[in-house]
Design a protein around this ligand. Structure first.
Ligand code: CDP
Ligand code: CDP
Length: 512
């Protein structure tokens, strides 16, 4: 059945926010979402692998049949498959970044992909992102949005998304590549990148991500109103496509209030992530606590900080052993009484049986290759949907057991989402499951889990000032964790704790 809701085209240059803003707006309104850039990217990846000349239509066009967009399970066509294998992460990498615009300028390639994109949008209720959606693919779209921002701002965002230092050579390369790609996309003879004459242009320099999403959501709501008013005022026999602006005298009763939820549990409605503990998670926690009590003396402290915390929460912990996740999961999840989302390697989720167990414990699979980008997007989604996420800011288990210097990813995530941070310090787990050993090694030793006070970080200002504030925020996050650890485990952040004059470390009450 045709969706009565509008079709929305979002175009714009590289990194202007089409896919992230488009997907967020689609999610908020219950629309489907489609990222058409992935079609060009997958085709380019395939051509690079097969050694096909990137400007040769004879070699390229037959590859189109092997590429297919796939749903991420939430109604968003934001994954791409080649011969049934998900290559999304791989084709978002720098190799494809550099070559994709050459492939996309081949007219035969564009023609081969055109009907496919139109068919996807035919039912309405979709946000479709690309370069030529408003001008060529869907010239009759109900709403056309053109997102724009300066090249510097867009390169800065992409570098940030990839966790790169702003002044690094990689960041400079991103800016150069992005300019080159914009140039190719804008100046190609067929379907060049440009705003349609009737597009709403949204300049996003200086906008926060949420402000841009809000502007797009508002524009879509206005398009819904126009469409409903047009339908209500059109003569009964008029074809649905004869959408005309409603006359001023349109009867108010015929206008469906836009604030009402969109009709029915329509297909493609994104499935929001759940928040509560499933019976499976509860059972795993009970089992986990029994095992921990049998094999170790567990000391917990600061658990009062977990009471009644609502809204988006980012738990940050030090990481010293494979035993950390089961320890934190078993004790913190029930205390919080909310599901904790984890990011894990997609390969682990694909393991038989164990993979399903991991997945049912709210672990989100991250693809290898573009792991950072994939991880950042998934993490942000969990917090944008106001759930609880745990991350280990050091990135990997510490080889020495002492705190290592943290990556900036966690800080950027906290700044972007405004989530409340809850610090956790773990010690003793290295004795239970030492690094380099395949299996845990039970002892009746002491394991401590200490929860600190929730806090938030901010990084005001712009340019160098903002950058410095971001570095300070990372130190602040790590200092809060270090404070919960015995002094010999504070490693890189020992001085940061010493400067605040914190006492000698945690001492919890043994559990029963
Ligand atoms: O995410 P980013 O903006 O960097 O790129 P993308 O949307 O994934 O698109 C990658 C490339 O595909 C663009 O630079 C264009 O050359 C091409 N493309 C296109 O020509 N037409 C579209 N509708 C979408 C993408
Ligand atoms: O799809 P496209 O290449 O146009 O861009 P994207 O991948 O959606 O966005 C690039 C990065 O810019 C993402 O990390 C977004 O979260 C970020 N962004 C932002 O910070 N503020 C905006 N107003 C729009 C995007």
């Amino acid at each position: 059945m045709t969706d009565a809701r509008p079709t929305v085209a979002i175009d714009g240059p590289a990194s202007s926010g089409k896919s992230s803003v488009g997907a967020a707006a689609a999610r908020e309104l219950g629309y489907r979402f489609c990222d058409t850039g992935l079609l060009y990217r997958a085709l380019t990846g395939l051509a690079l692998k097969s050694g096909i000349d990137l400007s040769d239509p004879v070699g390229l066009v037959p590859l189109v049949a092997q590429v297919e967009l796939a749903s991420d399970g939430d109604g968003r066509l934001s994954r791409v498959m080649v011969d049934g294998v998900d290559v999304t992460a791989e084709v978002r990498g720098p190799a494809v970044d550099r070559s994709v615009s050459e492939v996309a300028r081949v007219p035969e390639v564009r023609a081969a992909l055109l009907e496919r994109q139109r068919a996807l949008a035919a039912d309405g209720g979709i946000v479709m992102a690309g370069r030529d959606i408003g001008t060529v693919v869907l010239p009759d779209a109900d709403l056309k949005v053109f997102l724009d921002a300066s090249a510097e701002e867009r390169a800065r965002r992409r570098a940030e998304e990839r966790g790169l230092e702003p002044d690094s050579s990689e960041a400079a390369r991103i800016l150069a590549d992005l300019r080159r790609r914009d140039d190719l996309d804008r100046n190609r003879p067929v379907a060049p990148l440009r705003a349609a004459a009737d597009a709403t242009v949204i300049a996003t320099d200086g906008n926060t991500f949420d402000q841009t999403v809000a502007a797009v959501v508002a524009a879509i709501r206005a398009a819904e109103t126009r469409r409903i008013e047009a339908t209500a005022s059109a003569p009964a026999a008029a074809p649905a496509s004869a959408a005309v602006p409603a006359p001023a005298a349109a009867p108010a009763s015929a206008v469906v209030p836009i604030s009402a939820p969109p009709p029915g549990p329509g297909k493609g409605r994104p499935k929001p992530l759940g928040d509560g503990r499933t019976w499976f998670i509860r059972a795993t926690d009970v089992f986990g606590r029994i095992v921990w009590r049998v094999f170790a003396r567990v000391h917990l402290s600061g658990f009062e900080h977990l009471r009644a915390i609502d809204g988006p929460v980012l738990i940050v912990a030090n990481h010293i052993s494979n035993a950390d996740p089961p320890l934190i999961g078993s004790f913190v999840t029930p205390a919080l009484d909310r599901r904790i989302y984890w990011l894990g390697k997609q390969e682990a989720l694909d393991w038989p049986v164990l993979g399903a167990l991991i997945e049912h414990n709210a672990v989100i699979g991250i693809q290898r290759g573009a792991a950072d980008v994939d991880a950042f997007r998934s993490a942000k989604r969990v917090l944008d949907e106001r759930h609880v996420l745990i991350v280990f800011p050091e990135g990997t288990r510490s080889p020495t057991g002492r705190l290592q210097e943290a990556k900036e990813g966690t800080t950027i995530l906290a700044l972007r989402t405004g989530a409340r941070l809850v610090p956790i310090g773990v010690s003793g787990t290295r004795d239970v499951w030492p690094r380099g050993q395949k299996l845990p090694h039970p002892i009746r030793g002491r394991v401590s889990l200490t929860v600190g006070e929730p806090f938030t970080v901010s990084a005001p200002g712009a340019g160098a000032e903002r950058r410095a504030a971001q570095v300070a925020a990372t130190t602040e996050i790590m200092r809060r964790i270090a404070e919960l650890l015995p002094p010999e485990q504070r490693g890189f952040y020992a001085d940061a704790v010493a400067r605040t004059g914190a006492p000698g470390g945690p001492d919890g009450d043994p559990v029963r």
